[in-house]
Ligand binder design. Structure first.
Ligand SMILES: Nc1ncnc2c1ncn2[C@@H]1O[C@H](COP(=O)(O)OP(=O)(O)O)[C@@H](O)[C@H]1O
Ligand SMILES: [Mg+2]
Length: 236
């Protein structure tokens, strides 16, 4: 589903990702842990094709197609969907407008909006003056309408209270089980593991991937030894 071969990525003047390779099969979920500033969001945004990141070397394949140089809109149409850590505010653009762009089925829009408790927000401008939990639920609402084959979730639980994590976790789990979609999920707190266990786990430190194992094992190691130890381990 997704194959990344040795990519190095620059943002502004800094080299952020260094020789990253990873592989996610169909119907497989990979969880990435890592300290702040290690390059996790840069990885997800590079896969989506956000133009502020420049791929200096390496290739990204999606469903065996080389997408390294194709625009973000094409990647979205091919079936890649992103849930941003900090999505942009768009003044004058209503949540209902983007929903209708993503789905022509009014009943589907209504049902998913009710399930995610965003039905009262549909006439609001996208992400403008929404609470942390509302922003994440609206992000997930768009994902469910887009129906991607590969989900890129950037810290879906950050800034979200326990009740909202539970709503989102259950809805995501249900979507993954139903569609068997693949996913790359970034988590800082590990809360999402209560809902989506994942088949592969790894840690990103200083723009490099270390420590690949099962997600729960990786998470237990972080809790036991901290990222500092993971960083040391990489050099052994
Ligand atoms: N467009 C950019 N230009 C310059 N530096 C950037 C850019 N995007 C991210 N960075 C820097 O790259 C590092 C990794 O950022 P990020 O990928 O957001 O980390 P994480 O998501 O792991 O917290 C940070 O030091 C950040 O300031
Ligand atoms: Mg981030």
């Amino acid at each position: 589903m997704l194959k990344i071969e040795n990519i190095s990525v620059k943002g502004g003047n800094s080299l952020i990702l260094k020789d990253i390779s990873l592989h996610i099969n169909e119907n497989e979920r990979m969880i990435i842990f890592g300290p702040n500033g290690s390059g996790k969001s840069t990885l997800i945004k590079s896969i989506m094709g956000i133009s502020s990141y420049k791929i200096l070397k390496g290739k990204i394949f999606f469903s065996n197609v080389d997408i390294t140089n194709i625009p973000i809109s094409k990647r979205a149409k091919m079936g890649i969907g992103i849930m941003y850590q900090n999505p942009p505010k768009i003044y004058g653009f209503k949540i209902l407008q983007i929903a209708r762009y993503l789905s022509k089925n009014e009943l589907e829009i209504k049902e998913i909006a009710e399930k995610l408790k965003v039905d009262q927000l549909l006439k609001r401008d996208l992400n403008v003056d929404l609470s942390g939990g509302e922003i994440k639920r609206v992000e997930l609402f768009q994902i469910l309408l887009q129906k991607p084959k590969l989900l890129l979730l950037d810290e879906p639980e950050s800034g979200v209270d326990i009740e909202n994590i539970s709503i989102m976790g259950n809805v995501l789990n249900e979507y993954i089980k139903k569609t068997k979609c693949s996913a790359l999920i970034i988590t800082h707190t590990g809360y999402i593991l209560d809902y989506i266990q994942g088949e592969k786990g790894c840690i990103m430190i200083n723009g490099k991937i270390t420590c690949q194992s099962y997600p729960q094992i990786v998470f237990d190691m972080i809790k036991k030894y901290g990222y500092k130890k993971c960083e040391e381990c990489k050099w052994k």
